[in-house]
Design a protein around this ligand. Structure first.
Ligand SMILES: [Mg+2]
Length: 217
């Protein structure tokens, strides 16, 4: 038996991936919206400096230098991502299995509309006891308030909760600092494992191995 009451997952690159790289998705979006090219690095810079809570339009507003409508470009980027979104095999079965022993939550960073669309595309919204999209909060991960919000929604203690995510500083360090146990998901070409991770698992083995990893934490 595990000593934990809840398992909370990150979404992007943990439970779902895009089957094209992000620059290709940006190129798709700028083409759809008739905008000039935008480099991924510039997008990430803008992403880090602009508060985008509802949609990505405020990010694109920083980036477009022609008369492209940022709302239209944000929508085009959402559609490009949705078209390319691929679930990790076996996730609904894993979540059903975990439900027998745990409360199951999702904590994902990003604008509300973008992350809701992904859940709708995946048809996963009903698979979680709680879903927190940090666009609805004052801050995202790694701020401890993000982790506290999902634990509150699940009505569980942070110490009784395991967070499963891929990003070292945001997911692993953030969750550990907030008092949760952590499992880091690794994948080819992805970030290195973080020393604060209580366990690591290859994404290809997540579905098969997570139920047996949880009781060992
Ligand atoms: Mg992620």
């Amino acid at each position: 038996m595990s000593s934990f009451d809840a398992v909370v997952f990150d979404l992007d690159y943990t439970l779902a991936v895009t089957d094209r790289d992000r620059q290709a998705l940006l190129d798709d979006a700028t083409e759809r919206a008739g905008a000039h090219d935008i480099e991924r690095a510039a997008y990430l810079d803008a992403h880090g400096t602009v508060a985008a809570t509802e949609t990505r339009a405020p990010i694109f507003e920083r980036l477009v230098t022609d008369d492209t409508d940022p709302d239209e470009l944000a929508m085009a980027y959402r559609l490009a991502i949705e078209d390319a979104l691929v679930p990790v095999d076996g996730v609904p079965g894993l979540l059903a299995d975990l439900h027998e022993s745990y409360r199951v939550g999702l904590l994902t960073d990003g604008p509300i509309a973008a992350q809701r669309d992904k859940l709708r595309t995946l048809d996963w919204a009903g698979l979680f006891d709680a879903v927190v999209i940090t666009g609805s909060l004052p801050t995202g991960k790694p701020d401890e308030r993000a982790f506290a919000a999902v634990c509150d929604d699940l009505d569980v203690d942070r110490a009784g909760t395991v967070y499963v995510g891929d990003r070292p500083a945001v997911d692993v360090e953030g969750a550990a600092d907030a008092g949760l146990a952590t499992v880091q998901v690794l994948y080819p070409g992805g970030p290195e494992s973080h020393a604060a991770a209580d366990a690591v698992v290859d994404r290809d083995e997540l579905v098969a191995r997570l139920p047996e990893i949880l009781p060992t934490l």
